[in-house]
Design a protein around this ligand. Sequence first.
Ligand code: NIG
Ligand code: FE
Length: 413
Amino acid sequence: MTSTAQQRLLWRHVTVFDGIQTLPEPMAVIVEEARITTLVPMRDFDDDHAAGCREMARGGVMTPGLVDCHTHLVFGGSRADEFEQRLEGASYAEIAEAGGGIISTVRATREASEDALFEAALPRLQALIDDGVTTVEIKSGYGLNVADELKMLRVARRLGEYLPVRVVTTLLGAHALPPEFKGGSEDDSDGYIDLICDEMIPAAVAEGLADAVDVFCESIAFSVDQCERVFQAAEKHGLPIKAHAEQLSNLGGSALAARHGALSADHIEYLDQAGVEALQAAGSVAVILPGAFHTLRETQAPPIAALREAGVPMAVATDANPGSSPLFMPTLMLNLACTLFRLTPREALAGMTAHGAQALGLKESGRLYEGAPADVCLWHIDQPAELAYAVQPGRLRQRIFQGQVTTEASHDA
Ligand code: NIG
Ligand code: FE
């Protein structure tokens, strides 16, 4: 990492996307001690501002550091074989029902040591960082017992200590029914929910390992009633909640999550108008995950027009995981959100900055304003829409995390 401690860093003539919109005129930006201390139009910029500054660049597009608000980056093994099975016609749900899918990753994750999971996740996280991410959420959900869920969350925390990125952790114990609770017609899914509520959540809270709690509300996972019990346990421990909901069918998981004041409902391809209104009333974010839609070749798109009409904030994330979205390129998601779901480039970019941060309950991140944390990216492009328009690695010119330059493209150095 290039050390810039105590320095004032200056950019001139940058086009600024502030997390919601592109500012109308070229700006000057100064970063000092991990904050953006100056954000002024160039016409108001004078030599007094520039005094004592290190000039970083002139021109280009500056955005808040990207916020990937939904990932499953920590996992063991690979599911390339299932990718092939799906190409031969098997569906995601069929593979899951036959003991593959999430459960095959659970087996590999349980077998892996904390160090092995950490080493495997590092290059995945580095790929996100190299594409501009400064804040990432990482879920558990492939341990499905207390020890292995905590192991995953510890790895997530360690990743955030090791690499220059803010990691927000989410306990997703209610991701799938673990094999030891399966018994053919005698599945004990309520017993597993008891374990999550009575042991897993308290243990994660005791170690300070979870920033939020998530569930998978789906016919192949957990019912609305079971998810509600998990939410109640999370609430008891003061943890915010989120839900994988309406991904493959409409069970009403989003409306349930909204009733519990969820930060977000994620996937939501099958969300209906009542669900849209529930999210709107609760102020929850709709997290759009085009990577899973693309990978699973889904055909039902989320109700973008209705969400837009209702003013529900939409976030966009990678859902990076070994099964439904083995895609570790956030800017590709901006492109897919536009091409597959007809978001505008502005909406997509807001979805991976301001609204991504909102989906994590982060008040200050994902926006670029005077006083904001200095997590910013400078891109080799002329206008913000290009980030969604082209799929082109290598456009990240400078990445600043907590006021420190962490990436500087060699042709600028
Ligand atoms: O967000 N929907 C459930 N969970 C993940 C998939 C995880 C997996 O297939 O391993 C998702 O798509
Ligand atoms: Fe997910």
